[in-house]
Design a protein around this ligand. Structure first.
Ligand code: FCB
Length: 463
């Protein structure tokens, strides 16, 4: 089997997020996050255990770090739970919470695995949500920057890679526009305020990180979607243009051009967030890398019922073979999208260093038991094929000049997929959630072999 080859120093890792793996939701002085509250609302009982226990890494992270080493990964992306450190979101520090992250970082470094820390992966402290509405309020951006300072002061002597925010679009959209995520708000006004204040918080955080650790590498992670018209009609093409501005370019242009896209801005009318003079300078402060989460494209169509934009988006691939690249993967995957995005950053955004901070898939899995009924293997050929093809496209993008420096599979292990609980496993490692026993899936072994096949195997700089 031949594997795609990547440059010397490339980071191969996996990614997780605190709420999705830690468990220990109310232990050792941790404050509640909006996600804890959200999952305890009536109607979510089926996923309560997933939210409270998750993959239980608060009690045992060593097994997973050993697995990362077994998979030959040289990097690991995880997030810090803001309310574990600052139970009220500001002010008082919880020493036991901080101790957990000290131990985690030390354990990674001991195995020569480079930590990439996400500072905010959607779990807003409930106390701040109650006090000011989180990022709906401009003050939320400043509280966030203060919290970042606490983390970087504590861990910055050992951690060099900082991701300020994970997917600001999703947090704003699903949490504040569609109400499917915590805190469950449904308001287009809230959406744009959150989007702007998240970016403001990002810019403030970059300043604080630089002030504390001048040698640190700071960036943000965006979810990114190539957007196509659902049908090739002028109206659908116009919708695809707006959808692209809304999901991708609002963030990219704010960060890299210091202005929100004019075509979109003109149309926002009542929904315009309150932007103060100087905000976009803060937001567009130079970063060291762009983190990109890519799973699938989006398909846009015209819908006259949607106010102002008359556009809606779906992730379902429309009929027609154009976006179906592989028989096994079918309509659920579009590996070329990663290449197309990389070319966009190369050609239109100054070719910044890029880390693919998430990519992966859910799929059918066959569990193989031995004669005693013990799990002996997990077969997931779909996931393996998915990784093969996405990584091949990534290698092609690098050959064509994109500055891509690392790749993180989502995710290391099966975990709590937000409001869907345990029902959406995407790990390279299977987790029996009753016993928390781990079993590496076939795709995990494939990933290991791919990493080991690198001519410059193990050459990622550590630290
Ligand atoms: C991304 C999130 C991550 C996980 C994957 C499947 O949008 O950042 O936490 O839920 O999707």
């Amino acid at each position: 089997m031949s594997f795609p080859q990547f440059p010397k120093g490339f980071y191969f890792g996996t990614a997780t997020a605190a709420f999705q793996i830690e468990g220990g939701w109310n232990e050792d002085g941790k404050g509640l996050s909006t996600w804890d509250t959200f999952m305890h609302q009536p109607g979510r009982a089926a996923h309560l255990r997933a939210a409270e226990v998750a993959a239980d890494t608060y009690h045992n992270f060593q097994t997973d770090i050993d697995s990362l080493a077994q998979l030959s990964c040289n990097a690991y992306r995880f997030s810090v739970a803001w309310s574990r450190l600052l139970p009220e979101g500001r002010g008082r520090l919880n020493p036991k919470g901080l101790d957990y992250y000290h131990r985690l970082v030390d354990a990674l470094l001991k195995k020569s695995i480079t930590p990439f820390i996400t500072l905010f992966h959607w779990d807003m402290p409930q106390a701040l949500e109650d006090a000011c509405g989180g990022f709906i309020n401009r003050a939320g951006a400043y509280y966030y920057a203060d919290y970042v300072e606490v983390v970087v002061k504590a861990l910055g002597d050992r951690v060099k890679h900082w991701i300020t925010l994970n997917e600001p679009w999703e947090h704003a959209m699903f949490g504040h526009f569609l109400g499917e995520h915590a805190p469950g708000k449904r308001s287009p006004w809230a959406y744009f305020k959150v989007a702007h204040h998240e970016l403001l918080g990002h810019g403030l955080a970059v300043e604080r990180i630089r002030a504390i650790c001048p040698a640190a590498k700071a960036g943000i992670t965006l979810s990114q979607f190539p957007v196509y018209p659902m049908k090739n009609t002028p109206r659908n093409r116009q919708s695809a243009h707006f959808a692209d501005l809304f999901v991708n370019r609002f963030y990219l242009d704010g960060l890299y051009r210091g202005q929100y896209p004019e075509d979109l801005w003109k149309r926002l009318w009542l929904f315009k967030p309150p932007v103060k003079p100087g905000d976009l300078q803060i937001i567009s402060r130079q970063t060291d890398f762009l983190g990109v989460n890519y799973y699938s494209p989006m398909f846009a169509y015209h819908d006259w019922r949607i106010p102002f934009f008359q556009t809606w988006i779906e992730r379902t691939t429309p009929p027609g073979a154009e976006y179906i690249e592989d028989e096994l993967l079918g309509a659920g995957a579009y590996p070329s999208g990663i290449y197309e995005l990389a070319m966009r950053y190369r050609d239109e955004y100054g070719n910044p260093p890029v880390y693919i901070t998430e990519n992966g898939t859910k799929c059918g899995e066959q569990l193989e038991k031995d004669a005693r009924g013990i799990l002996a293997g997990v077969h997931d050929p779909y996931r393996q094929r998915y990784l093969e093809l996405y990584l091949a496209q990534l290698a092609r993008a690098i050959q064509d000049g994109a500055d891509i420096r690392g790749y993180f599979v989502w995710s290391l292990m099966d975990l709590c997929e937000w409001a869907m609980g345990y029902t959406y496993p995407m790990g390279l490692i299977y987790v029996d959630h009753a016993s928390q026993a781990r079993t590496i899936k076939d795709s995990g072994y494939w990933y290991r072999d791919m990493i080991r096949s690198q001519a410059a195997a193990g050459s990622g700089e550590v630290g």
